[in-house]
Write a protein that binds this ligand. Structure first.
Ligand code: ADP
Ligand code: CDP
Length: 216
């Protein structure tokens, strides 16, 4: 069983996908955390982020351990626990630059497919990101496109990271959406995907809706 949850920043992908995995006893993969970990590593190594070849090499060399336990999430990059560091604004501000590097995408998609394969003996996995239904796991049994109005997404991010200024919030949501939309796979609606607009739904309601669809 593979459940794919795609959508823009702040639509609720991580929290709902984690909730669905917990409820259905499945593994959980946050693919955005992998792009963030490569970004962290490139920054840490002082790389020029416009040097696509150097950044791609970093992605291939990076030892990356990512938890698929929905109850205990962590990311370890080259032996360092970066679970918190990858969420810092300095990473969010530049992650799209790394995510639009096609060689980085190739490497991370390969790793994501390996994680998905490994999870099958234990029942399956909920995978969240941007291109899961269209690229990473086109054979997913359930494909969900999670959306929410820009205002709702900004308000959610704001409530979560209280210290952000209005400008940083806009940068994290609107500018990042615009940068991410240059990746062609994000613009394609996947065959058979169910769109859920979470603007006026609670987290529980979204988890209920996806869990119900998974049992159909
Ligand atoms: P994404 O992974 O799409 O960026 P998150 O899952 O990180 O989104 O959600 C961003 C924030 O919004 C979190 O604080 C989360 O608890 C909250 N949230 C998620 N879904 C909803 C919802 N349906 N209603 C209200 N808040 C939500
Ligand atoms: O939680 P939020 O939506 O803010 O970001 P994220 O899911 O942690 O993803 C961070 C960034 O990684 C996104 O802005 C995309 O640039 C990139 N990403 C991607 O390219 N492909 C994915 N499958 C997931 C994330």
């Amino acid at each position: 069983m593979i459940i794919a949850v795609d959508g823009p920043s702040g639509s609720g992908k991580s929290s709902t996908a984690r909730g669905v995995a917990t409820r259905l006893g499945l593994r959980f993969l946050d693919t955005g955390a992998m792009y963030r970990a490569v970004t962290w590593s490139a920054v840490e190594h002082g790389l020029d982020l416009d040097d696509t070849a150097a950044v791609a090499q970093r992605a291939r060399d990076l030892r990356l351990e990512i938890s698929t336990d929905p109850g205990h999430q962590f990311v370890i990059a080259d032996g360092t626990d970066v679970t918190a560091a990858i969420r810092e604004p300095r990473i969010s501000e530049v992650v799209s630059k790394i995510a639009t590097n096609l060689e980085v995408r190739k490497e991370l998609i390969r790793r994501q497919r390996a994680v998905i394969d490994n999870a099958q003996p234990s029942g399956g996995i909920v995978v969240e990101g941007r291109d899961i239904a269209t690229v990473v796991a086109t054979d997913a049994e359930l494909k969900v496109l999670l959306t929410a109005d820009q205002e709702a997404r900004m308000a959610r991010r704001g409530a979560e990271v209280g210290s952000l200024t209005a400008e940083q919030l806009r940068d994290q949501i609107i500018r990042r959406d615009a940068d991410d939309s240059t990746v062609s796979e994000f613009q394609v609606a996947s065959d058979g995907a169910v769109t859920i607009d979470s603007t006026y739904m609670t987290l529980e309601e979204v988890i209920d809706a996806i869990s119900r669809l998974a049992k159909e």
